[in-house]
Design a protein around this ligand. Structure first.
Ligand code: ADP
Ligand code: MG
Length: 374
């Protein structure tokens, strides 16, 4: 009887929770689908994608739909990455960088994420509406991700060698001995000392920098053409960050891999990227060659971001900060999203859409771009 009563009260409690818990109602705790949902009333991209690019993202829109709210996390984002090129995607926290990166392989959790417009082409083939099988074959194979936290990427209960071999064997039918040899040679390529021994280490036995090297080696196991690195050095100290950046640069030059490098640090972009795209409130506000953008930023936001980077030997002057906070993406203001924080904003900035246009050899989304310094 006691058993029966306890079980019934538990079941009743679970039922009441399922009916009343607001988190369950919003769908936030439901199991995500294997690929991001595509909205049936899809806005197709108006312009043609660049056929020569490894990855071509064209007017991409990704939203989070929670109850009646729509968060426009990625709003009309377009960029191309050429073979062997490194594109830096930079912006404040919450600007939509990670959602852009995850959208590429349909990894945004749905619900609540929905891709509601645009096109994503990988080597010319559209990934919008591609079958789960197609995406699964590309994930970790031709397109690899490196995330910020290697402890979250690596399984805590398996040895790093086993995890790397599994990544190979899932995509290719090779004898386990060959997979083992390839994993060891990659650990050597990312400069892990004593690689054959390290194959038997558990993730917690390695230091943060070593773990991130393992994560990079794991991204390389199937010779990807594109690596998407989402703030891979943010959790590391500056010396290790320097080593990891040098390693990524060496690997992309020797293996001709394209890289989409996400960061919030202009110093990192300057060290690694050929081109840079600056993102704000879900839109790319400026794209151009790294050296040119650093030398003469055209968008007031880019200029402020660069002014925020501390410089050794600049003396005691105050470091600039951008006043205010980025807008919440479910209530975007009309006009330019940066207008409220911009010192140059005029009445025209607060109404109507700002069109992306060519200015001083690059694309910029601003009515009053900065003039080039003479
Ligand atoms: P970051 O540029 O820092 O990588 P993100 O791409 O992670 O930013 O987030 C972009 C925006 O999308 C943020 O405003 C965030 O609030 C929103 N967002 C991200 N994930 C979710 C989610 N699961 N549900 C609702 N909103 C989300
Ligand atoms: Mg992020």
């Amino acid at each position: 009887m006691i058993f029966f009563i306890v079980m019934s009260i538990n079941l009743l409690g679970d039922g009441v929770r399922d009916a009343l818990d607001p988190r369950l109602k919003s769908g936030a705790l439901t199991r995500p689908q294997p690929a991001t949902k595509i909205d049936p009333t899809f806005n197709a991209a108006k312009e043609e994608s660049n056929p020569d690019a490894v990855l071509s993202v064209n007017a991409l829109e990704t939203q989070f739909r929670i109850a009646k709210r729509v968060y426009r996390a990625v709003n009309q984002v377009s960029f191309d990455i050429a073979p062997g090129e490194c594109l830096g995607l930079i912006g404040e926290s919450g600007s939509g960088k990670s959602v852009t990166a995850l959208s590429v392989m349909g990894l945004v959790a749905s619900p609540p994420g929905v891709i509601s417009g645009g096109d994503i082409r990988f080597k010319g083939d559209s990934l919008i509406g591609a079958s789960y099988e197609t995406l699964r074959k590309l994930r970790g194979n031709d397109v690899a991700y490196i995330f910020q936290d290697p402890l979250a990427t690596l399984h805590p209960l398996f040895r790093v060698g086993e995890q790397m071999m599994e990544a190979i064997l899932v995509h290719e039918k090779v004898p386990p001995a060959d997979a083992h040899a390839r994993a060891v040679s990659l650990l050597e390529a990312v400069h892990i000392p004593n690689a054959p021994e390290r194959m038997n280490a558990f993730p917690h036995e390695l230091s943060g920098g070593m773990r991130q090297r393992v994560a990079i080696a794991m991204a390389l196991v199937n010779n990807p053409s594109l690596i998407i690195a989402d703030e891979p050095t943010t959790a590391l100290d500056v010396t290790v960050q320097g080593q990891i950046l040098a390693l990524l640069d060496e690997l992309r030059r020797t293996r001709n891999v394209s890289v989409l490098f996400i960061t919030h640090d202009f110093g990192v972009v300057a060290q690694l990227c050929d081109r840079v795209a600056v993102m704000y409130a879900g839109k790319i506000v400026e794209t151009g060659k790294t050296a040119e953008v650093l030398d003469a930023p055209a968008h007031p936001y880019t200029k402020k971001l660069i002014a925020c980077v501390p410089e050794l030997g600049r003396g005691k002057g105050d470091l600039e900060a951008i006043p205010g906070l980025p807008p919440v993406v479910d209530k975007l203001p009309p006009g330019c999203a940066f207008a409220a924080r911009c010192s140059k904003a005029k009445a025209a900035c607060e109404t109507g859409d700002v069109a992306c246009h060519q200015h001083a050899g690059r694309m910029v989304l601003c009515h009053f771009p900065e003039e080039k310094r003479v």
